[in-house]
Design a protein around this ligand. Structure first.
Ligand SMILES: O=P(O)(O)O[C@@H]1C[C@H](O)[C@@H](CO)O1
Ligand code: HPA
Length: 334
């Protein structure tokens, strides 16, 4: 996930050091309860699912596939998650979670190297908490990336899909039911954010999710793709998030395909809902790291190594793509 930060409350953020100082100051004022309170209802409703998911936690299954974006920043300053107050911890053995501040083509950005997944045992509000922290840091635009399985038969491994709608699923409910469920909770949490005396800088009014993914940025990303000669390998479609950490069954994938999903992954949706709630402009894209297996006869089941390898293989393309998008965001702000 990559984030650009810029103006906040009329004050230009001048340097990475200034942002770091500001972040520390902000975060020290907050208690975990501040964040938790915002998502109390959502959290309590998800508690049941989390308990059930707990049994699936497997420490060695996570990696940030597109973490290379953070590695490529200029003037890097890295802050391990462990030293950020109230931040979730990476539960993965040997996996270094850190916020990386720096520049892309001269534009100040902060990247998450390592995100938090529901299957690590965190409630969704906590998985999405870094987005609220970024808002506090003055971030205005969020570019969310994910590794995903390609469900649309026209996609190929290595393709990019710009997300244009949300979906959410788990083992027991249909996408539509869950979407309604999230929408309801999402709206109710805005009440908590308005409690007097509580920090409101991370909050925002409830906003409709139908246009969560910024149309101007999607169109510009497509134009950039054509310019970079990536035209045929860049699509626009629907991403669906499942709980993971397992890859989906043939039956689940058939169901998701019927519901209109084009890619399937294990993240992003709750981060985007949170980002829109605090009024960040969002662009999200999937890197298709494997094709979903929709036949019981097929032998080519996806695996985590393949996901990592394809992420590495497309590193340069992704970096170039994101650099151009960041440049456009900067230009469009002037
Ligand atoms: O963090 P993302 O959603 O990009 O990572 C995906 C989902 C799983 O953690 C992993 C599967 O190999 O990649
Ligand atoms: O096929 C997949 N399914 C879910 N998550 C994924 N992340 C990468 N590939 C996949």
């Amino acid at each position: 996930m990559l984030v650009r930060h810029g103006d906040t409350e009329g004050t230009r953020v001048e340097s990475v050091e200034a942002v770091k100082a500001k972040a520390t100051q902000f975060l020290n004022q907050l208690t975990e309860a501040d964040f938790q309170h915002c998502f109390q209802q959502w959290n309590s409703r998800m508690e049941r699912c989390r308990d059930r998911q707990g049994e699936y936690i497997e420490g060695d299954k996570v990696a940030t596939v597109i973490g290379c974006l953070a590695d490529g920043l200029d003037n890097k300053i890295e802050i391990p998650y462990e030293v950020i107050p109230h931040f979730p911890r990476s539960t993965v053995q040997g996996h270094v979670g850190k916020l990386v501040f720096g520049h892309i083509t001269g534009v100040p950005v902060v990247c998450m190297k390592g995100r938090f997944h529901y299957y690590e045992g965190y409630p969704l509000w906590k998985c999405a908490m870094p987005v609220r922290v970024m808002k506090l840091l003055g971030v205005t635009h969020l570019i969310v990336t994910n590794a995903a399985g390609g469900l649309n038969a026209n996609y190929k491994v290595g393709d990019i899909m710009l997300v244009n709608m949300i979906g959410y699923g788990d083992r027991t409910r249909t996408q539509a039911k869950l979407f309604a469920y999230f929408k309801k909770n999402y709206q109710s949490c805005s009440r908590y954010l308005k409690v007097p005396g509580r920090t409101t800088s991370a909050s925002g009014p409830a906003s409709p999710m139908n246009e969560a993914y910024d149309r101007v940025l999607i169109d510009e990303a497509k134009r950039i793709a054509t310019q970079l000669g990536l035209g045929d390998s860049v699509h626009e479609g629907v991403y669906t998030c499942l709980g993971g950490p397992n890859f989906e069954t043939v039956a689940e994938l058939k169901m998701l395909s019927m519901l209109g999903a084009d890619t399937v992954g294990m993240s992003t949706v709750h981060e985007v809902i949170t980002a829109r709630h605090c009024d960040l402009t969002v662009l999200a894209f999937s890197l298709v790291t494997n094709m979903c297996v929709t036949s019981y006869q097929a032998m080519n089941n996806p695996n985590h190594e393949e996901v990592i390898d394809v992420g590495k293989m497309r590193e340069d393309v992704l970096r170039m793509f994101v650099e151009n998008i960041v440049r456009f965001i900067q230009k469009s702000k002037k």
